[in-house]
Design a protein around this ligand. Structure first.
Ligand SMILES: Cc1ncc(COP(=O)(O)O)c(C=O)c1O
Length: 272
């Protein structure tokens, strides 16, 4: 088993124990990042650490300095020796009461890694019946309160799909349970703006810096007009969608292929 970083130490997984009073466990009070390991190296680590800092600030948590977290990630990755994997970096509110009020305590910091299988060539998605709360206190922050995503993904899987798409409270396309969404409509690549309530995905930004993308609000009917769709995330990269709500799509469409090529070039250059 790979070693785990816990509060300043590299330990065996069996010794990586946190208290039942940890506020992350009790209330979901914490933030996290998933960072992909490609060719044995963490990809786009600087961007992930910057987002972790923003997420922590958004919910009023004090995360350790980025250099400290980066060193912890490097140590865990070096010890694991995986070529392709997923690092999970979690910072919680630390010890607290068995309720919502925070105590003044040190954060709990965990870095864990697991090996990844290559993503499937395409994915089927469904729109879930629950809204993403674009007006909530946690909107745009990558917090560990993920039960809504767990429920949505279970719903998608029951319908034979592999990812769940959320609309926001205005009925506009927002994001997937763990992905951002891009649509090809009449030759134009479009994606919801951050103000629609989606996470500022690292992969989303890299794609937007590499190919022409228009950010605009996308009411549900735009999903029905889309000729092609793809998802982005750290572990999936650019992931073509073959079916939405049972409607087959051409995949990979030309805009998806272009984005995948541009993203592939970034990976090969190791520059993000
Ligand atoms: C809710 C949500 N949206 C979007 C994303 C994609 O972000 P990234 O490209 O940084 O992985 C994630 C990934 O973790 C996510 O959890």
């Amino acid at each position: 088993m790979p070693l785990v970083y816990l509060n300043g130490e590299l330990v065996e997984e069996a010794d990586a124990k946190i208290s039942v009073f940890d506020h992350g466990l009790v209330t979901g009070d914490g933030v996290f990042e998933s960072v992909v390991v490609r060719r044995g190296r963490p990809f786009a680590l600087r961007r992930h650490l910057a987002r972790l800092g923003r997420s922590a600030a958004a919910i009023g948590l004090e995360a350790p300095p980025s250099q400290e977290l980066a060193a912890a990630v490097e140590d865990v990755v070096a010890a694991a020796g995986f070529e392709f994997g997923k690092i999970r970096l979690t910072v919680t509110g630390g010890l607290g009461p068995l309720g919502s009020g925070r105590a003044k305590s040190c954060p709990t910091v965990v870095v864990a890694v697991e090996q990844l299988a290559e993503p499937s060539p395409s994915v089927a998605v469904v729109v879930v019946p629950w809204a993403r709360n674009d007006k909530g206190a946690l909107s745009g922050a990558k917090t560990i309160s993920y039960a809504e995503n767990v429920v949505a993904l279970a719903y998608a899987r029951e319908k034979g799909a592999e990812e769940a798409l959320f609309l926001n409270t205005a009925g506009e396309l927002c994001e997937g349970s763990g992905t951002n969404v891009f649509l090809g409509i009449e030759g134009e690549l479009v994606t919801p703006p951050l103000s629609a309530g989606c996470l500022a995905g690292v992969t989303r930004s890299l794609v937007m810096e590499s190919v022409a993308v228009t950010e605009r609000r996308l009411p549900r009917r735009e999903l029905e007009r889309a000729e092609e769709l793809f998802l982005t995330s750290t572990t999936r990269g650019v992931h073509p969608v073959r079916e939405i709500d049972g409607r087959p799509l051409s995949w990979p469409g030309p805009l998806t292929s272009q984005a995948a090529r541009a993203f592939g070039a970034l990976i090969r250059a190791g520059q993000a």
